[in-house]
Design a binder for this molecule. Structure first.
Ligand code: AKB
Length: 358
């Protein structure tokens, strides 16, 4: 099995005396990344996936899960019910309110993004204490943690390393950055003055995704959404008004590469990980270059540029390119798709097939 090193086993529950199945928990399971991750875990042999989402998962995904829960990640009674049934060994904590949506209700974003992560870190620490093995906590962060002060700096900064320009301008970016720190805290310093402290109680691993482009799902609530929206609109012969200028450049990667990288980091030998947080990049077309390629593949595409000042400012604060050399060196990150193969081998054939059959 090429999956996460974790055998489905039955454990004796300390709470109820009943056997509890070992499980991988995925929060935000119904989102774009959740769709791909559940499928990839299933294909690599996992039959121990427990999914949690605020909405009921569609049938196809439910069938790939050992169990599914519908509810809020901040609901401690729900988390308690889950723990009464399952020994959680690995957590992929995907649930989040993204950068655009978060600016309409920043406090709600904080509740979900920070409150939810805190609840799960606590759950992970308690699980580690109860079954005696460190829970692996895999956390996707984002290029939204960066905050370049102005366009001139963005254009001259080159490839941004993990520790540069960390002054995010969105609530989502602030939340992700803080949760990266919380993960590091729980891993290294949690209850550092307590007599019964367990050192390194969780195994926290984090990737910073760039904008993601999936052939199977269309994002909502993000600010990097202009690229996936553009290609999905063109494939359906719909006009698209792009909300950023044509010269806007940020890093992107395909969804299969994001899923593979996330699983690769989860599987990586801990002794090789020099950091808790890793940048990921793959290609960084400008919005204009992206539109031109969409036009080559979908000749009738009608794309106009109608920048939205506020959303433009958010994207202008994100880097043009990230330095992902640490991920490449430490755990072999190597995205399959560059811009040409992303379109030619993945996006165009799959998106065409998707809308041809709908
Ligand atoms: C967003 O646009 O908010 C997300 C992200 C870059 O993390 N896609």
């Amino acid at each position: 099995m090429t999956g996460i090193p974790l055998d489905p086993v039955l454990e004796q529950s300390s709470l109820s005396g009943q056997a509890r199945s070992s499980a991988i928990l995925i929060t935000g399971a119904g989102g774009e990344v959740g769709h791909g991750l559940i499928r990839a875990l299933w294909e690599s042999g996992h039959r121990d996936i427990v999914a949690l989402d605020i909405r009921r998962l569609d049938r196809e995904l439910r069938d790939l899960c050992l169990d599914t829960f519908v509810g809020d990640i901040c609901d401690s009674a729900l988390l308690g019910r889950m723990l009464a049934m399952y020994e959680i060994r690995v957590i992929f904590h995907l649930a989040a309110l993204l950068s655009t949506r978060g600016e309409f209700s920043p406090e709600a974003a904080h509740d979900v993004n920070v409150g939810g992560t805190m609840a799960l870190l606590k759950l992970a620490a308690e699980q580690s204490r109860s079954h005696g093995e460190r829970v692996k906590f895999v956390f996707p962060s984002s290029i939204a943690v960066y905050g370049l002060p102005d366009l001139a700096t963005k254009r001259s900064a080159g490839r941004i390393g993990e520790d540069q320009y960390l002054e995010p301008t969105t609530m989502y970016g602030c939340n992700k950055l803080y949760c990266e720190h919380l993960g590091r805290y729980y891993q290294r310093h949690y209850r550092q003055l307590a007599k019964d402290r367990i050192p390194d109680v969780i195994d926290f691993r984090c990737v910073r995704y760039p904008g993601l482009i999936s052939a199977d799902t269309v994002p909502s609530g993000g600010t990097s959404d202009f690229a996936p929206e553009m290609i999905h609109a063109a494939a359906q012969q719909q006009r698209y008004a792009c909300f950023v200028r044509p010269d806007t450049r940020i890093p992107f990667m395909t969804m299969p590469d994001a899923i593979e990288a996330t699983m690769q980091l989860a599987r990586a030998d801990k002794s090789r990980l020099r950091r808790t947080v890793y940048n990921l990049g793959a290609f960084q077309p400008s919005a204009g270059e992206f539109a031109a390629i969409v036009g080559e593949h979908f000749p009738g595409a009608e794309i106009e540029f109608a920048p939205d000042v506020e959303r433009q400012a958010i994207v202008d604060s994100w880097p043009e390119e990230v330095d992902d050399s640490a991920a490449r060196e430490d755990w072999g990150y190597a995205p399959r798709h560059d811009l040409a193969t992303a379109f030619g081998e993945y996006l165009v054939p799959r998106i065409r097939a998707r809308y041809a059959s709908s």
